[in-house]
Design a protein around this ligand. Structure first.
Ligand code: SF4
Length: 231
């Protein structure tokens, strides 16, 4: 099955957004250095992404087999109730920007570089979503990522990488022994068709998370995902 590789992704960081975010004052030295970092990153960044269609072989109560690989997650299993195909993907800010930021020493500069890398990652993710939509028109989709819930821990990255064809060679993303991705501003996951939007955050009680995208719903797991065992 074709794996789609996206390498020529435009990276246009929004300076005014960053000025607001870092509260930089007109004419300040901080603003000059922010300006410099933004233009360097624009030159250097090569965000990348890849995705492929993957077919579901079978479903059990708490797992699903996709292209011969077993994914153990009750939440994923329930979310794929009506699906027969999914889109497995990875996206990254790119090794180029990662190496560039690794050479920075000053704390604030490092923080700004991290923000720019996150922006580059979002550009890559948006491009994956756009191409997927243009090519396959799947309708409304939601996504799950290994490690976002206890139900689908980070170790599942290994399963996901088995379905993809050599992300390290194709887009420079590799897995460490502890299943972290390098560059760290990378993300992998599964897009699946879903009429009502699903966000892992709905099932995650973590407080004060700056990445939260949906409110925690303490009853959702029991209502929709808990497996009722029959004796
Ligand atoms: S609330 Fe934060 S930690 Fe929890 S799933 Fe959402 S982004 Fe991840």
């Amino acid at each position: 099955m074709t794996q789609h590789i996206l390498k020529n992704i435009l990276f246009e960081p929004d300076l005014s957004q960053l000025v607001k975010m870092f509260r930089m004052k007109e004419g300040s030295a901080g603003l000059d250095s922010l300006n410099q970092l933004v233009s360097e990153s624009r030159e250097i960044a090569r965000p990348k992404g890849l995705f492929r269609v993957a077919f579901i072989d079978s479903k059990e109560d708490e797992s699903v087999i996709i292209e011969g690989v077993k994914f153990s997650s009750r939440v994923l299993r329930v979310n794929l109730e009506r699906a027969n195909r999914v889109f497995v993907y990875a996206a990254t800010c790119g090794k180029e920007l990662d190496d560039w930021s690794a050479a920075k020493k000053d704390l604030l500069t490092k923080y700004i570089c991290d923000t720019l890398k996150e922006m580059a990652l979002h550009s890559a993710l948006a491009e994956v979503g756009k191409h997927l939509n243009d090519l396959y028109q799947p309708g409304p989709v939601s996504s799950m990522n290994p490690g976002s819930l206890d139900d689908w821990p980070l170790s599942a990255q290994k399963d996901l990488f088995k379905v993809l064809d050599d992300p390290e060679e194709e887009i420079g993303v590799r897995l460490t022994e502890s299943c972290l991705m390098i560059p760290t501003k990378s993300v992998s996951g599964i897009f699946f068709p879903k009429e009502e939007t699903f966000q892992s955050c709905q099932l995650c009680p973590r407080e004060n998370c700056s990445g939260r995208r949906a409110p925690y719903d303490k009853d959702l797991y029991d209502k929709k995902y808990r497996l009722l065992k029959t004796s």
